[in-house]
Design a protein around this ligand. Structure first.
Ligand code: BES
Ligand code: MN
Ligand code: ZN
Length: 482
């Protein structure tokens, strides 16, 4: 279901609901027909994200939506308010609101955040439901004043491009593994490249053999489904820099010979391609957003399955850059596919790189399900990405890339093992990846904890979150060489 967003100068007559922004201080808009005292009695104090449905005898339903105090009014609170409003208005098909035209926020940034909030909170994955939910919010009208209309139109457009990309990434991650193999992922990338002005190259098994991508091939060995490495390039004229994005695309992670137990976590392993989905979704927006930076994206796609042909503990894999790793756990497969992707990305000599991966359960223990881990070899670059995350409300927390822990990866037969000890798993995973980035400024995002949401929560909808997509878009569209 897509949500149409329109801009108008007044509330259209035929809308089902009208969202009326109410601050936590100052006057209450007269159109609501309720006093501050009455609202307080009803338990509504205007906190950002609070909603109150006010039934009307005739005409549209009025919905008060809290926008907090003026000093906390920013894209984040407005995105949350819009998401709450979308949920409160879910019974209606159309909604009008002046939420993009409130005091204390730039109209452009507000409109962008609000459109993101509406689209992301309305997201549902129903492809495999026989009983598809009918109706639902399908039309939002942003009411704008004469002086704010242009900025609101521009912001809303940017917001819809970004939120639609997040929707694409969520759909990919929510899709059951039989419906989204590495080959399907490459086909989706072909479609997206064709409609969004991207160059694309897809490498299959034989090509990966010729290229020496022993990591992707090793992980793929147990599967009857062939792997795919997808390279996408967005090339603007006179680029202001070049960023490479590398995504873990483990289409389904059973753990391989180090088989995972059949618990709820294992069921989520269809989402182990969330990093690749975030990269693909990011690439899809760059032309529409007129990104000035050249961006190369690598999707490292294969499943990880046990069979008579699967790679084994004790095996040694040789990666694209010539380094070798002794396998101590076939469930530490993400770093193996990323090793080849990062090695290839370095060969393009980008100004900076980011890899994004559902890499470790350890990051979930450390930071939970709302904050992703970030590590890197260049503090300015790491900080740039953290700032983008703050900007789009995807929280990142830096963990140390502590060199002393490198010895935990020492192997007696190869250049390294593919796992460290029982502790510090986020760090040892990142130290493994660092072996493949050369001297390029690089950051690693571990989104294992944040890839899924157990419940609807502001703009997060239950299921795949597409975490990182909006951060990556912000990073590359505001890129300055670190
Ligand atoms: N895909 C998993 C990590 C994961 C865990 C993602 C939970 C999302 C939620 C990854 O491939 C994995 O299995 N990592 C192992 C590494 C270990 C064997 C060193 C882990 O974290 O247990
Ligand atoms: Mn694994
Ligand atoms: Zn995995």
């Amino acid at each position: 279901m897509t949500l149409t967003i329109d801009i108008a100068r007044s509330v259209p007559r035929d809308v089902g609901a009208v969202g009326i922004p109410v601050a936590s201080e100052g006057p209450v808009p007269r159109s609501l027909g309720l006093s501050r005292a009455r609202l307080t009695d009803l338990g509504f104090d205007g906190r950002a994200g609070q909603t109150l449905v006010v039934p009307a005898a005739t005409g549209p339903t009025l919905i008060a939506v809290g926008i907090g105090s003026r000093k906390e009014r920013n894209p984040r609170t407005l995105r949350n308010a819009a998401a709450a409003l979308a949920r409160a208005a879910a019974k209606h098909t159309s909604l009008a609101t002046t939420l993009a035209d409130v005091e204390g926020a730039s109209n452009r940034a507000a409109a962008q955040a609000i459109v993101e909030g509406f689209i992301l909170a309305s997201y549902r994955f129903t492809n495999h439901k026989s009983d598809k939910p009918k109706g639902g919010l399908s039309h939002v009208v942003l009411v704008a004043g004469a002086s704010s209309e242009a900025a609101i139109t521009a912001g809303a457009r940017r917001g819809s491009v970004i939120a639609e990309a997040v929707t694409v990434a969520r759909d990919l991650a929510n899709t059951p593994p039989a419906y989204l193999t590495a080959r399907h992922m490459a086909e989706r990338a072909e479609e997206i490249a064709a409609t969004n002005g991207l160059e694309i190259e897809v490498f299959g098994k034989e090509e990966l053999e010729r290229m020496g991508c022993g990591g992707i091939l090793g992980v793929n060995q147990g599967s009857v489904e062939p792997p795919r490495l997808v390279k996408l390039v967005y090339r603007p004229s006179n680029p202001s820099g070049h960023v490479a994005l590398v995504g873990k695309g483990v289409m389904y992670d059973s753990g391989g010979i180090s088989l995972k137990p059949s618990d709820g976590m294992h069921v989520m392993m269809k989402m182990d391609m969330s990093g690749a989905a975030a990269v693909l979704a990011t690439m899809s927006t760059l032309k529409a957003l007129r990104c000035k930076t050249q961006v190369t994206g690598y999707l490292c796609c294969t499943d990880n399955l046990p069979s008579g042909s699967a790679f084994k503990l004790g095996d040694v894999l040789t990666f694209r850059n010539g380094k070798t790793a002794e396998i101590h756990n076939t469930d530490a497969e993400g770093r193996l596919v990323l090793a080849d992707g990062l090695s290839l990305a370095v060969e393009d000599k980008p100004d900076a790189m980011i890899d994004i991966a559902t890499l470790t359960g350890a990051v979930m223990s450390a930071l939970g399900t709302r904050i992703a881990g970030i590590l890197g070899n260049d503090q300015k670059w790491v900080q740039q990405i953290i700032n983008s995350g703050d900007h789009v409300d995807e929280l990142l927390w830096q963990l140390p890339l502590h060199r002393d822990y490198r010895r935990l990866l020492d192997s007696s037969v190869a250049d390294m093992k593919n796992v460290g000890g029982p502790y510090g798993g986020v760090i040892t995973a990142a130290l493994f990846l660092q072996e493949f980035v050369g001297k390029v400024p690089w950051a690693h995002l571990d989104i294992a904890g944040t890839m899924n949401s157990d419940s609807d929560d502001v703009w997060l909808s239950r299921g795949a979150t597409a975490f990182g997509t909006r951060t990556l878009i912000d990073v590359v569209t505001s890129f300055a060489r670190p």
